[in-house]
Design a protein around this ligand. Structure first.
Ligand code: AMP
Ligand code: MG
Length: 333
């Protein structure tokens, strides 16, 4: 997902957090707030990162993983909330979303582990799968516990969306009514960039990042998230593997190139885009029936370029002219 030039004359700032880029754009009326808003959001994101990062040995999430099979750990309100949401979306997606997929991530060479020289064997995958089951995470009275030694948490599929919602709440709380927050493809907008205009978001072509497959209008209050195999991947023996793992098979997902979800809040959009990436078009359609207001665009990973979108997404979306014939409606039944 990329922002379009329309907003380029508006005050905006970028900074890095959680290993990626955050961009904040404000309506023209709010130019003088730009510095203080940026600083506050940076503080919020840095705090959430220090609590939830798998890359920091001193984060709550790293402690939770280290204490697996040993004892519950006390976590912050935000971490608790994100763990609850992760478990909720695990159930909603029938296990496609699983924030305990960490051991699988490591098996396939992600999350700072070394790249396996060859594709992991079926036996190795089978062994690691015993430590993956988000339903077993115990959340009680502000504490979290993974019951089996070797289990780990990885909130990478939902934490950025949650962070965007916190930034969104902050902006509204200080009276800013027109803004767009973009945290590496997790977005939320309020108001309009200028009177009579809309926030327009470009959806990247997963096969050619420099190009767009179309443009979407992001309504006020709405959230958008994209999961793409092209964002992060490993190369094992000349084969590319995406950073999104199917917890049911233990293998990186094949068959999906990208998923974009539009809905009412950014944490839900983030969790659903990861879930639907795993589920593919037909599974995604089933999953979305359970979430009022969620709309989706999914691009299968296949030679002939075609993409599926729900009716509600289609209403706000204009495909690139050369791709008009590639659009297929994903009907709700
Ligand atoms: P996203 O870019 O939001 O789709 O999230 C991808 C990230 O979520 C990965 O880099 C992992 O940290 C984590 N992850 C990978 N597979 C899954 C999964 N099946 N369910 C939940 N999180 C996952
Ligand atoms: Mg996600």
């Amino acid at each position: 997902v990329a922002r379009l030039s329309r907003a380029s004359e508006l005050p905006s700032r970028s900074f890095r957090s959680m290993g990626t880029v955050v961009s904040i754009t404000l309506g023209a009326d709010y130019a003088e707030c730009m510095e203080s808003v940026t600083e506050h959001i940076r503080e919020i994101f840095d705090r959430l990162e220090s609590e939830m990062s798998v890359y920091r040995a001193d984060s709550e999430i790293s402690r939770l993983s280290r204490m697996a099979g040993v004892a519950p750990v006390v976590v912050s309100k935000d971490t608790y909330k994100v763990l609850e949401l992760a478990q909720y979306f695990g159930t909603l997606s029938a296990g496609a979303f699983d924030s305990t997929a960490g051991p699988l991530m490591r098996l396939w060479g992600f999350n700072g582990s070394s790249l396996p020289p060859v594709r992991p064997s079926q036996e190795a995958i089978h062994e690691v799968l015993k430590m993956v089951d988000g339903r077993r995470l115990v959340l009680r009275d502000g504490t979290a516990f993974l019951p089996v030694k070797g289990m780990t948490e990885d909130l990478g599929g939902i934490a950025k969306g949650y962070a965007v919602d916190r930034a969104y709440d902050y902006c509204l709380s200080v009276g800013i009514r027109s803004f767009l927050i973009d945290f590496s493809g997790n977005m939320r907008a309020a108001g309009r960039p200028a009177s009579g205009e809309t926030w327009q978001i470009g959806v990247r072509n997963p096969f050619d990042r420099a190009r767009l497959i179309g443009k979407l209008i992001l309504p006020s209050g709405g959230a958008l998230a994209t999961s793409g195999g092209y964002e992060r991947f490993v190369d094992i023996g000349g084969v590319r593997f995406s950073h999104i793992i199917d917890p049911r098979t233990g293998c990186p997902v094949k068959g999906t190139a990208s998923v974009t979800v539009l809905c009412a809040d950014a944490a839900t959009a983030d969790a659903l885009s990861t879930s639907c990436y795993v589920l593919g078009p037909s599974g995604a359609r089933e999953c979305l029936k359970k979430v009022a207001s969620a709309e989706l665009l999914i691009v299968p990973d296949q030679v002939s370029m075609e993409f599926f979108l729900t009716r509600g997404f289609n209403k706000l979306f204009a495909p690139a002219p050369e791709l008009r014939n590639s659009v297929k409606l994903l009907s709700p039944n």
